[in-house]
Ligand binder design. Structure first.
Ligand code: UDP
Ligand code: MG
Length: 320
């Protein structure tokens, strides 16, 4: 049965936030739309998250839950949620209440005006480290500069998508996902709405540096070939320098004082070797992703569902 608005929330070890998330979401949604569903995707949590989701689903038919067979990551949890929603519009948001449910009426208002994608732009961020603020600001600006997809700056995944945009999104098959970029790539009518990003409701970030770097490189490799092309430019520059050093060495030899120029030539070769290895590494980033996509493994595996009705109850072990 279709509903007016679906909410998709990826959740990984957020037992302290789930009850408050449900409370604030329900309060906002009841005031905003005629009917809704909340699809909670448990991304392989080790705490009581899934138990809490099951409890909510048992009490409230509007709550539905999916539980992954293991941790597949925030971006894949969005994908699974979007595969399972039924709304005329869908809001995707984090579970830690950094994306305030109170912004949803504004997102819905813009959708009712005719927009297909309404993304929330972080005008201010509370409770983040200086390191995170700085790296995020630099990343969004670099990404924008090197891609030809119009990815708005300071914009996370918190956004509303129309049914049409969700249907288009479901056609993506790539394994390494950068949702905010993919949704920009879709086109349709898109608009941003500014908001103040709150601090985490409880607990610690589930995005350690390693996951953050992986997301950043997924974003860059998904939407830009510049790192690959960079190798040619660096190669040209280094080859030019090496040539110069070689000429210098020969000239110095002829003049009878070989030593300093020889060191320059050796250093030049070192730089060349380093540049080659970096270029190979960059190539590897792309080749690895090609390999993952060609192999065509399932994007995620669902081990259990609640609240979806009989047809989805036995979704174990398959991509549904
Ligand atoms: N999350 C997830 N899987 C993961 C990591 C995070 O589903 O492997 C969820 C997490 O529970 C939260 C959202 O993704 O709802 C964003 O994560 P987090 O708040 O830790 O990231 P940050 O806001 O610190 O960048
Ligand atoms: Mg967060």
């Amino acid at each position: 049965m279709s509903v007016e608005l679906s909410i998709v929330v990826p959740i990984y070890d957020e037992q302290e936030s789930v009850p408050e998330l449900y409370r604030r979401l329900s309060e906002m949604l009841a005031k905003t739309v005629a009917s809704y569903e909340i699809v909670m995707v448990d991304d392989g949590s080790h705490d009581r998250t899934w138990e809490l989701i099951r409890g909510l689903a048992a009490r409230d038919a509007r709550v539905k839950g999916l539980s992954f067979s293991r941790n597949f990551g925030h971006q894949m949890a969005f994908t699974a949620g979007l595969d399972h929603v039924d709304g005329d519009a869908v809001v995707i948001m984090d579970a830690d209440l950094q994306d305030p449910p109170e912004l949803i009426p504004e997102l819905v208002a813009r959708w009712r005006e005719g927009y297909d994608v309404v993304y929330a732009v972080r005008a201010k961020r509370h409770g983040e480290t200086a390191f995170k603020l700085l790296t995020a600001a630099a990343f969004y600006r670099t990404l924008r500069a090197i891609t030809n997809v119009d990815i708005p700056i300071d914009t996370g995944d918190f956004r509303l998508m129309s049914r049409q945009a969700v249907a288009a999104f479901r056609r993506f098959s790539e394994h390494h996902r950068f949702t905010r970029g993919m949704v920009s790539w879709l086109g349709f009518r898109q608009i941003g709405v500014p908001y103040v990003r709150a601090a985490r409701h409880a607990g610690e970030t589930k995005y350690p540096l390693k996951k953050m770097l992986r997301l950043a490189s997924d974003g860059i490799t998904s939407f830009s070939y510049l790192p690959l092309q960079l190798a040619s430019w660096v190669g040209l520059a280094v080859a030019g320098l090496a040539g110069l050093a070689l000429v210098g060495t020969v000239a110095a030899k002829v003049a009878g004082s070989g030593l300093p120029w020889m060191w320059v030539a050796i250093a030049g070769l070192g730089v060349l070797g380093g540049a080659q290895l970096i270029a190979l590494g960059l190539l590897g980033e792309y080749v690895g992703r090609v390999f993952d996509d060609v192999r065509g493994r399932p994007l995620y595996l669902v081990q259990e569902t609640v609240g979806f009705g009989p047809e989805r109850r036995s979704a174990s072990g398959v991509t549904v």
